[in-house]
Design a protein around this ligand. Structure first.
Ligand code: SAH
Length: 567
C-alpha cells in the first residue's frame, strides 16, 4: 500500500470524526465522506504503519444509509460531517460513541451500561435548528466580500449565506451587511495581515419569541456609518438587538471582551419551557432550542427533586438549568465564570419571580472548594449542603479539584451534562473511584448532521452492600423508641470524613515519597477485613493485575489507614 494507489474499499465502520472505515488486505483506511455500507473507490493519501488515510474518488455502490446532502457545501464545509448519512444511522453512531467512551474510558461495565443507557433523544427534523451562528467575513479571489463557514480544519472561508442547519433569516441579515460594507467601502478583516475591520457576524434568534440579535465583531473601536446599517437591519422582522464587539487581538477567539450597543437592546429574550431567559451576545446559550427542552427535561428528571433539596448547578451560564431546577428544589446555587452571564442569570431569576436561586461568579473549581472549606470550618463534622450537584462543563470537562470536592461533599446524586463524552467518561471514572456509580445515561442529539452529541449521566452515591430493614415504633412504652432519644443521637452523630483511595495515595506520597496503586490499597483493606464498597473497580483491578504490595508499601498503607482512623 503506497501513496496515490487507487483502491476499492467496503466501508464497515465509522470513526469518531464521522469518516468511513474500511480494510484493504487487512490494512485499515479512513476515508472522509464515505458512509458505512458504501463500496467506494479511494486514493491513498497518507500511509502510517498500521493504517492510512484515503480520499473518496467515487461511490461505486451506495450504502442504504447514504443520503443526498441538503447543503451543496456539505463536504467542503467544516460545520457538518454527517449530512450524507441517514438520520437514523447518525443517532446510532452517537449512541455508540457515548457507550464506547463510558465503557473504554470510564471503565463502566458493559452490563451496567446495558441497564443504564436509555434511547438517544433525536429530532423530528434535523435541519434549520441552530439559533446561533458566527460567520467569518472575508474576500474571495476576486476581492469580493463574502461570508460563510470555514472549510474543515482550515481558516479558508466557503462562501455560503444559507446554511442548512441555521435559521433562514441569517441569509437576509448577511446579505444586508455585505451590501452595506460594499457600498460604504468597509473592509473585511484579513487574518494574516491583521488589518481590515469586520471579522465576524454573530446572529442569534429567539425560538419562541423570534427576537433577533446581530453583533458585528470588529478590529477597531467603531463601525463607520453604523446608523445606516442599523436603519437597514432594523427593517428585518424581529430585529431586537444590534451591537458591536471590539476585538483587536490577533487571536482565534471570536468575540472581544466588551459589547457596545448600536441599536435596540443589548440582549434578546427567549423561553425554554415556561422559563424566560435574557441572552447577551457573550453569554452561552444552547444552540438547539427544541432539543434543549429535552436535555433540561432529562437533567431535571435525573436530579430527582422533591422540593426539599439543595442543588448546585456548576457551569451554569445564564442560569438556564438552575432556574429549571429551582422550581422543584429548596435552594439552587449557580456558579459560572463569565460575569455577564451571571448578571443575566440574576436578571433571569428576577424576571421569572424565582427567589430560591443564588449565583456566584468564579471558576467552579475555586468556588465550590472555597464554600466547602468555609462550611466545614463553621459546621465541623456536618455534611456540607449539597443533595444534588449538576455540572455542565465545556468540552475539556471538570477540573480534578472540583471532582475531588464534589466527592467529598457526598451529594446523593451527581448529574453530569456534557458536550464531550470522552472527557465526561474520564471524569466519570474518577467519580466511580470515589464511591459513585452510574445509574442512568441518556444521549440527546443537540447537533444533527454533525458528529457532536450531548449526554446526561446520573451518578449516585454507592451505599454499603447490605441494608437491614428493622421495624420500629416511635413513642413511649416497651419496645418503642422515644423520639427525643433519636433527636439526641442524631445531634451527637458526626459522620466521619469519608476516606478515599485518593486521600490514602496522597498521604503516602507526601509522607513516604512513593506512589501506591489502588489495587494495593484494596488488597491491604481486604486482608484487614475492611469494607471495599467505595471502589468497586479496585476489586476488578485486583483480579486483573494480581498486585501484591511489597512489605514496605503494605506498611505505608496500614499507616495511612491508621492516620485516617480507618483502623
Ligand atoms: N448550563 C449552561 C451552560 C453550559 S456551557 C446551559 O446549559 O446553558 C458551559 C459554561 O461553563 C459556559 O457558560 C462557560 O462560560 C462556563 N465555564 C467555563 N469554564 C468554567 C469554569 N472553570 N468555572 C465555571 N464556569 C465555567
Amino acid at each position: 500500500m503506497k501513496k496515490n494507489d487507487l483502491v476499492k474499499v467496503q466501508i464497515e465502520d465509522m470513526g469518531v470524526g464521522g469518516e468511513g472505515i474500511g480494510k484493504v488486505d487487512g490494512f485499515t483506511l479512513f476515508i472522509k465522506d464515505a458512509v458505512i455500507g458504501d463500496m467506494v473507490e479511494a486514493r491513498i493519501m497518507k500511509v502510517k504503519k498500521n493504517y492510512g488515510y484515503a480520499r473518496l474518488i467515487k461511490v461505486c455502490r451506495p450504502s442504504q444509509h447514504r443520503m443526498e446532502p441538503v447543503c451543496p457545501y456539505a463536504r467542503k464545509c467544516g460545520g457538518c460531517q454527517l449530512q450524507e448519512l441517514s438520520y437514523e444511522k447518525q443517532l446510532e453512531f452517537k449512541e455508540n460513541k457515548v457507550r464506547g467512551n463510558l465503557l473504554h474510558i470510564g471503565g463502566v461495565p458493559d452490563e451496567l451500561l446495558s441497564r443504564a443507557m436509555e434511547p438517544i433523544a433525536g429530532m423530528k427534523y434535523g435541519f434549520r435548528y441552530r439559533n446561533k451562528a458566527q460567520f467569518p467575513v472575508g474576500v474571495d479571489k476576486e476581492g469580493k466580500l463574502m461570508t460563510g463557514f470555514y472549510a474543515g480544519r482550515t481558516h479558508s472561508i466557503i462562501s455560503n449565506t444559507d446554511c442548512a442547519v441555521g435559521v433562514p433569516v441569517n441569509k437576509e441579515i448577511r446579505e444586508c451587511i455585505l451590501d452595506f460594507m460594499e457600498e460604504y467601502g468597509i473592509r473585511a478583516y484579513n487574518e494574516e495581515q491583521h488589518n481590515g475591520l469586520v471579522r465576524h457576524i454573530l446572529t442569534r434568534c429567539g425560538f419562541r419569541t423570534k427576537e433577533i440579535m446581530v453583533c458585528l465583531v470588529i478590529n477597531g473601536e467603531t463601525l463607520p456609518y453604523s446608523e445606516v446599517l442599523a436603519e437597514r437591519l432594523s427593517q428585518i422582522r424581529g430585529m431586537t438587538s444590534i451591537t458591536v464587539s471590539v476585538n483587536k487581538e490577533k487571536t482565534n477567539v471570536i468575540m472581544g471582551p466588551q459589547i457596545r450597543p448600536v441599536w435596540g437592546q443589548t440582549y434578546i429574550t427567549d423561553f425554554i419551557g415556561d422559563v424566560k431567559y435574557q441572552i447577551s451576545p457573550l453569554s452561552f446559550y444552547q444552540v438547539n432550542p427544541v432539543q434543549t427542552e429535552q436535555l433540561y427535561g432529562v437533567a431535571l428528571e435525573y436530579a430527582g427533586l422533591t422540593g426539599q433539596e439543595t442543588v448546585w448547578d456548576l457551569y451554569c451560564g445564564i442560569g438556564t438549568i438552575s432556574l429549571f431546577l429551582a422550581r422543584r428544589a429548596k435552594w439552587v446555587y449557580g456558579v459560572e465564570i463569565v460575569p455577564q452571564a451571571i448578571h443575566d442569570a440574576r436578571e433571569n431569576a428576577r424576571i421569572n419571580g424565582i427567589k430560591n436561586a443564588e449565583f456566584y461568579t468564579g471558576r467552579a473549581e475555586d468556588v465550590l472548594p472555597e464554600y466547602y472549606r468555609r462550611y466545614e470550618k463553621e459546621h465541623p463534622g456536618e455534611k456540607a449542603y449539597a443533595d444534588v450537584i449538576v455540572v455542565d462543563p465545556p468540552r475539556k470537562g471538570c477540573d480534578e479539584t472540583l471532582l475531588r470536592t464534589m466527592a467529598d461533599m457526598r451529594p446523593e446524586r451527581i448529574v453530569y451534562v456534557s458536550c464531550d463524552s470522552a472527557t465526561m467518561a474520564r471524569d466519570v471514572k474518577y467519580l466511580r473511584e470515589e464511591g459513585y456509580e452510574v445509574e442512568r445515561v441518556r444521549a440527546v442529539d443537540m447537533f444533527p448532521q454533525t458528529v457532536s452529541v450531548e449526554t446526561v449521566v446520573m451518578l449516585s452515591h454507592k451505599k454499603p452492600d447490605s441494608v437491614i430493614n428493622v421495624k420500629v415504633e416511635f413513642g413511649e412504652g416497651e419496645g418503642k423508641v422515644p423520639l427525643d432519644n433519636i433527636a439526641k443521637r442524631a445531634a451527637a452523630y458526626k459522620p466521619k470524613e469519608r476516606v478515599t483511595y485518593k486521600m490514602i495515595k496522597e498521604y503516602i506520597e507526601a509522607k513516604y515519597g512513593f506512589k501506591v496503586h489502588t489495587a494495593y490499597i484494596a488488597e491491604v483493606k481486604r486482608e484487614l477485613g475492611l469494607p471495599m464498597y467505595d471502589a468497586s473497580n479496585a476489586e476488578e483491578e485486583l483480579k486483573q493485575l494480581r498486585k501484591h504490595p511489597t512489605a514496605e508499601k503494605a506498611e505505608a498503607i496500614k499507616d495511612a489507614l491508621k492516620h485516617f482512623e480507618v483502623i
